[in-house]
Ligand binder design. Structure first.
Ligand SMILES: [Fe+2]
Length: 274
C-alpha cells in the first residue's frame, strides 16, 4: 500500500484541510433521507465552500458517502466533489460498500491511498465498517497497518481518520452504534505519541474532546443532523455542515465548523428511526 506525498503549492506555514462527512447519497439524485434530498444538501455545501473562497490543500471524507451501496451514488459523489478541484481522500462508513467504493471512486479520480504525507503531517485512513450493521469495529489488520505507518513516519505528527468516532457521545441510541472495540483502539493508539488527532464522522454532530492527550473530533453531516445528548433517536434542526482544519508545523491544530443556514434542508421529525 503506497503513501501519497502531497507537495504544498507554496511555502505554507499551515496545512489546510476540508472535512466532509456522511453525505448519504442515493442512486437517484432525488433520493431522500428522512425527508432531506441528500444530493441537494451535499451540492449546496460544496457551493457554499466555493462561494466562500476558502483555501484548502486537500479534502478528507469520513464515510457514509452512500446510503444505498449503489454504483451511481459513488459516481455522482465523484462528479460533485471534483468541483472543489483539490485532491480527495476517504474512509468507508457503515452505509458504504468498501470494495465497490474503492473501485468506483478510484476510477473517477478520488484518491484511494490509505496513507498521505503532507508537510510534517501524516494522515492514515482506516476502515471501521462492518458490512450492513451500523456499529463499527477496527480489525487487527487495520491496527497492524496503523502501527506500520507510525513506525515508518515516527517524526511526523499523525492524524487517524476513521468513520466511527471511538468515543461515546452521551446519546443512548447512538452510543449503541459506536465503534464496539473502541477500548482496544484507544489503548492501541496511546502507544504512539505522534498521534495527535482521531478524525471521524458517523455521529452527525459536532464533537471535540481530548482523552489521554489525543484529540477526538467528529463533524456534522452534509445531510441530516442528530440531536446531541438525546436518549432516543431525534433529529437536530441545524443546517448541514462541514469542518475546516489547519495543521501547523509545531503540531498545533486549529479547527472550525461551518454550517448552511437552518431552514433550507428540514428533515422529517415524525420518523422514529434512522
Ligand atoms: Fe452517517
Amino acid at each position: 500500500m503506497t503513501t501519497f506525498n502531497l507537495q504544498l503549492t507554496s511555502d505554507e506555514e499551515q496545512i489546510s484541510v476540508l472535512q466532509l462527512t456522511d453525505s448519504h447519497l442515493f442512486a437517484e439524485e432525488s433520493g431522500t433521507l428522512l425527508g432531506v434530498r441528500t444530493a441537494d444538501s451535499f451540492t449546496a455545501v460544496l457551493e457554499s465552500i466555493i462561494n466562500q473562497d476558502i483555501h484548502f490543500d486537500f479534502v478528507v471524507v469520513t464515510g457514509d458517502i452512500s446510503q444505498d451501496y449503489s454504483v451511481s451514488s459513488y459516481q455522482r459523489f465523484a462528479q460533485y466533489i471534483a468541483t472543489l478541484q483539490k485532491p480527495v481522500f476517504f474512509v468507508p462508513g457503515n452505509h458504504d460498500d468498501g470494495p465497490l467504493m474503492y473501485r468506483i471512486l478510484g476510477d473517477f479520480g478520488v484518491h484511494t491511498e490509505r496513507s498521505l504525507v503532507c508537510g510534517n503531517w501524516h494522515f492514515v485512513f482506516l476502515n471501521s465498517e462492518v458490512y450492513s450493521v451500523p456499529h463499527g469495529w477496527v480489525e487487527r489488520d487495520q491496527l497492524a497497518f496503523l502501527k506500520k505507518q507510525c513506525e515508518l513516519y515516527p517524526h511526523l505528527n499523525t492524524v487517524v481518520l476513521v468513520h466511527h468516532l471511538p468515543q461515546l457521545v452521551n446519546s443512548s441510541w447512538l452510543d449503541t452504534q459506536t465503534m464496539h472495540n473502541s477500548d482496544e483502539f484507544n489503548s492501541f493508539i496511546s502507544n504512539f505519541s505522534n498521534i495527535k488527532l482521531v478524525l471521524s464522522g458517523h455521529v452527525h454532530q459536532e464533537y471535540d474532546q481530548f482523552f489521554n492527550g489525543v484529540r477526538y473530533i467528529a463533524t456534522p453531516s452534509t445531510s441530516i443532523q442528530f440531536e446531541p445528548f438525546s436518549h432516543d433517536f431525534a433529529l437536530d434542526m441545524q443546517g448541514p455542515g462541514w469542518r475546516y482544519l489547519r495543521f501547523d508545523r509545531s503540531g498545533g491544530i486549529d479547527t472550525q465548523v461551518f454550517r448552511l443556514p437552518s431552514g433550507r434542508f428540514i428533515p422529517d421529525t415524525g420518523v422514529g428511526g434512522y
